[in-house]
Write a new protein. Structure first.
Ligand code: MN
Length: 240
């Protein structure tokens, strides 16, 4: 039995192959897991739990079926789906985790994060992040109609895409100082995150302690998962 970690599926109706792979994963390998952790950006966009899209309803009930089968499912917000609220988590049967979240797994101290908070070189993004995580800002958004929110999100996405085209590659990755500080602050052996879409296992030292940073990949071309059992963590590609 293993604990499974995934992130950055970026589910959206216009990329049906991602949803199909996710549904097969939920009905297949995930059923044998000790637990499933979804570390953010499950959805490409989330404009509020009141979004009536049948696609979202289908994904939500598939997650619910896994939870009802006895596999605990945990969810952490990403930078695309941070508006997921209590209605969604209750209906999907998932437990919402704050970012970061610390746990012990087979004797190892592990810190889970989406990863965007570690990208501190992107100062402008970090300012947007603070604004959009503010409950008052979120209440202001939720007071708008779903159509208004969709229009707002489209505009925000265009701005972000234009910005990323002119941005240095390094800037969109995590900052190593932020990584080491976070590991030290939470005194963990492993930091596990997604967001950067750069799947890898990085091994280095913090002080004299050997530590690892495991990065989950996105699901655009194939799936990506960390499977963690008594033998330790394994980062895997899930062929489509
Ligand atoms: Mn992200």
């Amino acid at each position: 039995m293993a604990t499974l970690f995934i992130s950055d599926l970026h589910l959206e109706a216009k990329r049906p192959e991602i949803g199909e792979q996710f549904l097969a994963f939920l009905a297949g390998p995930a059923r044998d897991a000790d637990a499933l952790y979804i570390l953010g950006d499950l959805f490409e966009a989330w404009l509020g739990d009141d979004d009536p899209s049948p696609y979202y309803a289908q994904m939500k009930s598939a997650i619910r079926e896994l939870a009802d089968s006895g596999v605990p499912v945990f969810f952490m917000h990403g930078n695309r789906d941070f508006m997921i609220g209590n209605a969604f988590t209750a209906e999907a049967g998932v437990t919402l985790l704050s970012d970061p979240h610390r746990l012990e797994l087979h004797g190892r101290k592990v810190l889970l994060s989406h990863g965007d908070a570690l990208c501190t070189d992107d100062v402008e993004y970090q300012q947007v992040r603070v604004m959009t995580r503010n409950p008052e800002w979120q209440a202001m958004m939720m007071a708008k109609s779903i159509e208004e929110r969709i229009a707002f999100a489209l505009q925000a996405r265009e701005k972000s895409t234009a910005r990323h085209e002119t941005m240095d590659e390094e800037i969109a990755d995590v900052n190593q100082d932020a990584v080491e500080l976070t590991i030290q602050e939470h005194s963990v052996d492993v930091l596990l995150h997604g967001h950067t879409h750069r799947p890898a296992v990085h091994s280095f030292h913090v002080g004299d302690r050997p530590v690892h940073r495991i990065v989950l990949g996105d699901w655009y071309e194939q799936g990506s998962m960390v499977e963690w059992d008594e033998n330790g963590p394994r980062l895997q590609e899930l062929p489509r």
